[in-house]
Ligand binder design. Structure first.
Ligand SMILES: Nc1ncnc2c1ncn2[C@@H]1O[C@H](COP(=O)(O)OP(=O)(O)OP(=O)(O)O)[C@@H](O)[C@H]1O
Ligand SMILES: [Mg+2]
Length: 262
């Protein structure tokens, strides 16, 4: 079994000269599910973008290591090939390439030349995975996310994840916009992936998702840092108390920016 580790060390990230992440530390091992919660605008999506190498996000200091390899030195496509995957909070549409083509090229990019997944085997896997996610077959032949409803896009991100089988997946608000049945289906998909060779970071605002996907660790991000970590009970506490209890306990001032968002 291949054990992997993703280490984020004292990560500082700025956008257009403004510091958003102010020293994030987080270590994830394969087999683990980490939930990240926290008020709007605290930098959760910024963290996911920085891990994937989005060009607008400038890492000013700190490290990201995947099995000891320097992720910050890698281009975006190299990060994907190294086994990192992001389901974006707002998945983008890709015109001109079908879902089936897109996923197949992503899978093959992670395999050696000459060792590409045979097409029939691929299509069989795709059919099976789509059926499990209760997606209609025609969605394979549509352009990536084009005209997909909010919930369909989220389901499609999970399809990509299940087919690509990354070492680490970051799921940014995968529950937003999902109806109750879809929430269960998507959670089932994530739970099927759980195991020794897969680790997952779930960014969410709601305990509800964590009823279906029980996290091993829960982290609360505030003002660009992880303010508090704990087990699943921490998410339950947040659901009951909101962030105020933790703020006053830790003596964290309410950010003006957050206040504007509340
Ligand atoms: N391109 C940008 N230009 C300027 N500010 C930005 C840009 N991208 C993000 N920010 C700011 O960075 C801060 C952190 O944003 P981020 O999307 O990481 O928050 P978040 O924790 O994911 O919030 P939410 O829970 O609402 O998704 C916000 O104040 C946001 O306005
Ligand atoms: Mg976000």
């Amino acid at each position: 079994m291949l054990m992997s580790t993703l280490q984020i060390k004292d990560l500082h990230v700025s956008i257009e000269g403004k510091e958003i992440l102010k020293g994030v530390n987080l270590t994830m091992n394969s087999g683990e599910v980490h939930a990240i919660m926290g008020p709007n605008g605290t930098g959760k999506s910024t963290l996911s973008s920085a891990v994937m190498g989005h060009p607008s996000y400038e890492v000013t200091s700190g490290e990201i290591l995947l099995d000891g390899e320097d992720v910050l030195e890698m281009e975006v496509d190299e990060r994907a090939r190294a086994g990192l995957f992001l389901a974006m909070q707002y998945p983008s549409e890709v015109t001109g390439i079908t879902n089936a083509e897109f996923i197949r090229s992503a899978i093959n990019a992670r395999r050696e030349e000459g060792d590409e997944l045979p097409i029939m085997k691929y299509l069989k896997q795709l059919d099976k995975t789509m059926a499990g996610l209760e997606m209609t077959e025609e969605m394979a032949e549509r352009y990536v996310n084009e005209g997909f409803s909010g919930g369909e896009k989220k389901r499609n991100e999970i399809l990509q994840m299940m087919m690509i089988k990354p070492k680490f997946a970051i799921l940014d608000e995968i529950d937003s916009g999902l109806d109750i049945d879809a929430l269960k289906i998507v959670s089932k998909g994530v739970n099927e992936m759980r195991g020794g060779e897969f680790g997952c970071m779930i960014i969410t605002h709601y305990q509800r998702l964590l009823n279906y996907i029980t996290p091993d660790h829960v982290h609360v991000m505030m003002n660009g840092k992880i303010a508090l970590s704990g087990g699943p009970e921490l998410a339950k506490r947040l659901e009951a108390e909101g962030y105020e209890g933790i703020r006053s306990e830790l003596g964290i001032e309410l950010d003006v920016k957050e206040e504007a968002n509340d």
